[in-house]
Design a protein around this ligand. Structure first.
Ligand SMILES: [Zn+2]
Length: 228
């Protein structure tokens, strides 16, 4: 991916080129007036990983600041789809979440904590059902047997596989598109065979999922979307 950036050339600047990131995505390069464009391009290229990391961090911070309010109109993710929320309060009906036609309905009284609790519980139980089914399919297909599945609330660790082949997955995965979920499943199952991230491990993942690099990148770039 090419980084796009704006160059500010300054006659006052003597030697150094510097970088700044504004509004989570605008990369500003300040450079001495006569710096050749090539040199600036090279400089940006070298700093690419810093740029991406910083953009990511800024996005996460701003999303944390606009944490969910759990009010009608807000969107929540399910299998990669943005589903709008409608809050109702029917004291004589079951409290909690229903998903219908890509819309979330939440029956709950006022209060962010209680509403968040309903969402987390719903996501967890959906994650458990879906992951168990998908893991089962891949486990059979790849002939890798595991010793059980647990759902966690991890923020940035999507999954893991223990020494004795127990799998854990974050409930947040259920917000991601299906091909991403499958990638994490294949990744963790493959750890049953190879317990590290050696080239052999990645070769085996690639053999099952040729596009795994794209999925890995997607997870890295979209982490901020999974904050509740
Ligand atoms: Zn791994």
């Amino acid at each position: 991916m090419n980084t796009t950036y704006t160059v500010n050339r300054s006659r006052k600047r003597k030697k150094t080129i510097s970088l700044q990131i504004r509004n989570e995505a605008d990369v500003i390069v300040s450079a001495p007036y006569f710096t050749p464009a090539d040199e600036i391009r090279r400089f940006v290229e070298e700093k690419k990983s810093w740029i991406n990391k910083t953009i990511q961090k800024q996005k996460e911070t701003s999303l944390k600041n606009k944490a969910k309010t759990y009010e009608t109109g807000e969107n929540f993710l399910y299998l990669g789809r943005e589903c709008p929320l409608e809050v109702v309060f029917e004291p004589f009906e079951n409290a909690g979440i229903t998903l219908r036609d890509n819309r979330f309905y939440l029956n709950a009284r006022e209060g962010k904590d209680i509403r968040k609790y309903y969402f987390v519980s719903w996501y967890k139980s959906q994650a458990y059902d879906l992951l168990r089914r998908r893991v089962d399919i891949y486990s059979k297909r790849l002939n890798l047997s595991y010793k059980g599945i647990r759902i966690t609330s991890a923020q940035s660790r999507w999954g893991s596989c223990s020494e004795d082949d127990r799998l854990t997955f974050s409930f947040r995965l259920i917000m991601a598109p299906p091909d991403i979920i499958d990638y994490v499943i294949v990744h963790e199952l493959m750890h049953i065979r190879v317990k590290n991230h050696s080239p052999e491990f990645w070769q085996r993942v690639e053999a099952v999922m040729p596009e795994y690099k794209k999925h890995r990148r997607w997870l890295r770039d979209n982490r901020h979307q999974f904050i509740l």
